[in-house]
Ligand binder design. Structure first.
Ligand code: FES
Length: 340
């Protein structure tokens, strides 16, 4: 199908495969479309149909404009074209960095699944070719016979053909249920990526302040990995605040401490704080949610700070309020991709 999309008076034309989501088709052709989650929850990729037939792939997508009341409005990440069509969409912000690698589809197999907690595992994939991405980016998983895509961030900060991912089991999450219940070594899946602009680029300068909730720890590992390799960590301090509810939810703490970053564990359940202090005597342990602990741990001067946030949307929103209003870190120095 040929898709013609107008972004603020600039017309782009690209082709989409039958059944291919319009956002993914546009992005792989380099069209500067606005998006965040790429999975139907944020509403950023809203567009309006002008001509042609569009199929909506998820009628109840949380990000859908007015949940479908605006008849011609659609989400590019949840729609495909059934005929040549013309759309009116939103361009990516002009301050958004251009991607260094255009996203594409990858065939992958599971190489290994390592359990980390009762509902978190480390999944390593084997790809048929090296996967190039920037530290902090994410990729979409799709699995045969399961509908939809799910976003996961890479743990590594560099090109690899064996990327790994921290997977948290999500109630009702088809792909995380598949990983925990049925997937075995060798099982195939398909990836689309890399996506996301919350990245550490080689030209980035300044101290790192990384806030991670649960599986958002992937982003911290990825950024720290790249920062160690490109010499950033030799010049700048890095702080990581890793938030979970209880002691039993913690994972990869020793590996995190080995990165050289100053690590603080934030436990929202105060009852486990003493236990975790005994288990990790070399790591600071505080009680509170990530945003509360972040407020207590902020560097005295933040003019040179770059903050990275990864976690559930409520955590991101609460942290943003503290970082922008409380710590006065300019929004241009705060990087996050909000997806649940
Ligand atoms: Fe499409 Fe978030 S709803 S990018």
């Amino acid at each position: 199908m040929q898709v013609r999309i107008t972004l603020k008076k600039v017309e782009h034309q690209f082709s989409a495969e039958p059944g291919e989501r319009l956002l993914y088709a546009g992005l792989r052709h380099g069209v500067p479309l606005a998006y965040e989650c790429a999975t139907g929850t944020c509403g950023t990729c809203k567009a309006v149909r002008v001509t042609g037939t569009i199929k909506n792939l998820w009628l109840d997508a949380p990000g859908r404009p007015d949940h479908g009341r605006e008849v011609e409005a659609l989400l590019l990440c949840q729609s495909c074209a059934e005929s040549d069509c013309t759309l009116d969409g939103s361009p990516a912000s002009t301050t958004r960095p251009r991607p260094q690698t255009l996203p594409s589809y990858f065939e992958a197999h599971i190489a290994e699944i390592a359990s980390l907690t009762a509902d978190v595992c480390l999944l390593t994939l084997s790809l048929h070719r090296p996967f190039h991405f920037e530290a902090g980016q994410f990729v979409l998983f799709s699995v045969d016979n399961l509908s939809g895509f799910r976003a996961y961030s890479m743990v590594e900060g560099y090109a690899t053909s064996r990327p790994s991912f921290i997977i948290k089991r999500k109630p009702g999450g088809a792909i995380s249920d598949w990983v925990f219940e049925r997937a075995t070594a060798g099982a195939p899946l398909r990836l689309f990526g890399p996506l996301g602009v919350a990245t550490l680029r080689p030209e980035t300068d300044g101290d790192l302040f990384l806030l991670a909730g649960a599986s958002g720890l992937s982003m911290a590992f990825s950024v720290l990995d790249a920062a160690a390799r490109n010499g950033h960590l030799a010049r700048h301090r890095a702080d990581v605040i890793f938030g979970v509810r209880r002691a039993a939810d913690l994972f990869l703490v020793d590996r995190l401490a080995a990165t050289g970053a100053v690590v603080t564990l934030a436990l929202s359940d105060e009852a486990d704080v003493a236990l975790v202090r005994r288990s990790f005597p070399d790591v600071r342990v505080m009680s509170g949610f990530v945003h509360e602990v972040a407020a207590a741990c902020l560097p005295t001067t933040t003019s040179n700070t770059i903050a990275f946030l990864a976690g559930p949307p409520p955590m991101i929103d609460a942290c943003l309020r503290h970082l922008v209003v409380g710590a006065r870190i300019p929004p241009t120095r705060i990087r996050y991709d909000k997806f649940s």
